[in-house]
Design a protein around this ligand. Structure first.
Ligand code: SF4
Ligand code: SF4
Length: 247
């Protein structure tokens, strides 16, 4: 498969499944046959993932990328041989790493859940083209990644503003929004991948979705309080629970 097809999820999944190392081989930078130049993307992604591995306490050298042409079979064999020797010296994943094996699965699952959000936030750097492969070593910094995880955005639906129009729940790509007709909508924070689609989808006249950074997300509205009371022009009650004028 083209190195440009490698996704953060592939790398994280391999480590989560117990791989001691992940090696990505790509065509030489600037020599891609296609306009997409996916090998630059692979280089950016590997640079980002290395810092993420370091952030969670895994040795970033467990992930490596190398560039070579299809005619350099000897170089490929030597590079992979060196990589295997390096990984053998490190030992099984978690053995000499700063994170205990028992915590590794949880940390990788959390990063995997945030992968779409990370790709959106770091889109500009992930699509950059650095001509010198050595420049990718410092393309992302550890401080930057720590800030990224410290500033993770959460999305929250204000129950006082939600009009149950259902637009957000229809557009959420991972079905993280609970709700239905005349039901105040609620985001399942465990499912939310923080793509921000609901923020843009909620009509501005309602403005019910907000971004939260640094503060805890309020607890979800109890199920029994989610049904909206629709009151007509004469104020006659049409449903039971939370009182709301017709929008
Ligand atoms: S940010 Fe909104 S649309 Fe995106 S996954 Fe979370 S709840 Fe769904
Ligand atoms: S789009 Fe806004 S008003 Fe409509 S259901 Fe979602 S949060 Fe509520």
């Amino acid at each position: 498969m083209c190195s440009g097809r490698v996704d953060m999820a592939h790398i994280l999944h391999a480590f989560a499944k117990g791989a001691d190392g992940v090696f990505i081989g790509g065509c030489r930078l600037g020599e891609c046959n296609y306009t997409t130049h996916g090998n630059y993307h692979a280089a950016n992604l590997t640079s980002l993932c290395k810092k993420i591995l370091e952030h969670i306490g895994l040795n970033p050298q467990r992930l490596q990328i190398a560039f070579m042409s299809g005619g350099e079979g000897n170089l490929f064999a030597a590079t992979v041989d060196d990589f295997c020797k390096t990984i053998k010296e490190f030992g099984p994943i978690g053995q000499d790493d700063e994170i205990a094996p028992a915590q590794l699965g949880v940390a990788l699952a959390e990063v995997t859940r945030l992968a779409p959000y990370i790709k959106i936030v770091k889109h500009a750097k992930l699509t950059a083209r650095l001509e010198d492969a050595a420049d990718y070593d410092n393309h992302f910094s550890l401080e930057e990644i720590e800030r990224l995880f410290g500033d993770v955005v959460s999305y929250y639906i204000d129950p006082a503003k939600c009009q149950a129009c259902m637009i957000c729940s229809k557009r959420c790509p991972v079905e993280a929004i609970e709700g239905g007709k005349s039901q105040i909508h609620v985001i399942d924070q465990d499912k939310c991948i923080k793509c921000g689609t609901c923020l843009n989808a909620c009509p501005s006249r309602f403005g019910a979705v907000t971004e939260i950074v640094g503060d805890p997300v309020p607890p979800p509205l109890p199920m029994e309080k989610r049904t909206i009371l629709r009151t007509g022009s004469k104020g006659n009650k049409k449903n039971t629970s939370t009182k709301r004028a017709l929008p």
